[in-house]
Design a protein around this ligand. Structure first.
Ligand SMILES: C[S@@+](CC[C@H](N)C(=O)[O-])C[C@H]1O[C@@H](n2cnc3c(N)ncnc32)[C@H](O)[C@@H]1O
Length: 447
């Protein structure tokens, strides 16, 4: 990324923030970031600038400014720029014309600024008259060594008010009641043509809504949940029909031959499955994609008749590379008998284990058939079993559709599907996925 704005005088903290950025340090849980993002999405319209964005984009389409290049390279913003906000205290200016932006956002940055009043003047200059600045903070949060300013929203508000700005504090509720309290401070930029006049728009109704949310956070959280649910649904709909690449089909053949060979060599039954991949992902594997699949192997047999070297050899013979191959699941008799025996002693843990096994994406026919047998037999003994399996499956889909480290795995799959179709990558067919039954279950995992 070109870096025309690297300050001549380096901020001594640049190295520190770079180190954080390189570690991909997340300053907040994904859950918290999502709520902040949702809150901001209801407030911001037009062109936004995010100051001190780090490697996180709090509002899509924003221009992001940060001191740390290490953070910026990871930031998904299309427009980003390195700039030391402390250089404003030494007479520097942000490289934007007056009135360039409709809003500005700073999430947990204010407390680190050496010259906050210079930053205020500059933000006022680059924002349009009447625009709003949002400062979002976990109350009292910050990296102690670097805090030079207020870390409580009330204190910040007091400061802005003393400078004549109109302000509004709004709460951002979190699903987890143990999470720190998050507040947003909205600061109105002056808009008067003749006289300097700062006034928050719709202040009364916003104050009223904030009071309601304080009394009943579910008002905010329910609308967040509906929004998130619709996001998940629309993404899964984009995947309904998934191309099975010729590479995937070939890969599965190789896994089957590998499994047959293990079976022949050891007399044991190799159950091979992958737990955290939605099935769509397995259908769309590409030769240039990830070569190693995270897989678990339960080798069911009377003894433990295989060692790591034999496995390695068999994998390399078939051009396979599994990231994690579990140690052998050694027990007498077959897996089902063992599992059902456990069931007789009514162990809840083992039920969870079968549900986990049955919900995983099977990599060979031994596993698929065993899953089907287990499903029908255990179901007869415990009718909750089916919903436990569905829960496990839905959890995998939730992990794929939730935003972690500011990306959703599902977006990579959607992009992959588009690439497969547009580049006419060789296919072995299509599979239809109907996620509708899973949606009510998946909803439970959205918080
Ligand atoms: C606690 S992190 C918050 C990052 C991001 N806003 C978030 O919500 O995850 C503070 C960010 O402010 C940036 N920062 C600190 N001092 C800065 C300065 N003088 N100029 C520009 N950015 C600065 C850091 O590089 C870091 O990315």
């Amino acid at each position: 990324m070109p870096n025309p704005y690297r300050p001549a005088t380096r901020n001594p903290q640049e190295q520190f923030w770079d180190a954080h950025g390189s570690l991909k340090t997340r300053y907040f849980d994904d859950d918290v970031k999502q709520k902040i993002k949702f809150f901001l999405s209801s407030k911001l319209k037009g062109r936004n600038i995010e100051l001190g964005g780090g490697w996180y984009l709090s509002h899509p389409g924003s221009l992001v400014v940060d001191l740390s290049m290490a953070c910026l390279v990871r930031n998904p913003a299309l427009e980003k720029m390195q700039f030391d906000l402390d250089s404003l205290g030494r007479g520097a200016k942000l490289p934007f014309k007056d009135a360039s932006f409709d809003s500005a956002v700073m999430v947990s940055v204010w407390q680190y600024l050496q010259h906050p009043d210079h930053a205020i003047c500059e933000i006022e200059r680059i924002l349009k008259p009447g625009a709003e600045l949002y400062l979002v903070h976990g109350q009292g949060a910050g990296i102690d060594r670097y805090i030079v300013n207020h870390t409580l929203t009330e204190e910040m508000e007091h400061h802005f008010r003393s400078l004549g700005y109109d302000t509004l504090v709004e709460n951002i509720p979190m699903s987890n009641p143990d999470t720190r309290i998050y507040r947003s401070l909205c600061v109105a930029m002056p808009s008067g043509k003749r006289a300097w006049r700062s006034m928050i728009k719709d202040k009364e109704s916003r104050e009223e809504r904030n009071k309601m949310i304080l009394r009943d956070p579910s008002i905010f959280l329910e609308s967040y949940l509906s929004h998130e649910f619709n996001e998940v649904k629309s993404r899964l709909e984009k995947l309904a029909e998934v191309p099975v690449t010729a590479y995937s089909a070939g890969y599965m053949d190789r896994v089957q031959r590998f499994s047959d060979e293990i079976h022949k060599e050891t007399g044991g039954v190799p159950y091979l499955f992958t737990e955290y991949r939605p099935e769509e992902e397995l259908s769309m594997m590409l030769v240039d994609g990830e070569r190693a699949v995270d897989a678990t192997l339960y080798l069911s047999g009377p003894t433990c008749p295989i060692n790591g070297d034999t496995l390695e050899r068999a994998m390399s013979k078939h051009g396979l590379q599994f990231n994690v191959v579990s140690r052998y699941f050694e027990h007498e008799g077959n897996l089902r008998r063992e599992l059902l025996k456990d069931r007789v002693v009514r162990s809840k843990d083992s039920m969870v284990r079968y549900a986990y096994f049955c919900s995983a994406a099977a990599l060979n026919t031994y596993t698929r058939e065993e899953q089907e047998r287990l499903m029908s037999q255990v179901w007869l003994m415990d009718e909750d079993f089916g919903s436990m399996v569905l829960d496990q499956k839905a959890l995998v889909y939730r992990l794929a559709t939730s935003e972690t480290a500011q990306e959703r795995k599902i977006d990579r799959l959607i992009a992959l599907k588009e690439r497969i179709l547009s580049e006419k990558i060789p296919l072995a067919g299509h599979r239809r996925f109907d996620h509708s039954k899973m949606m009510p279950v998946l909803r439970k995992f959205i918080r």
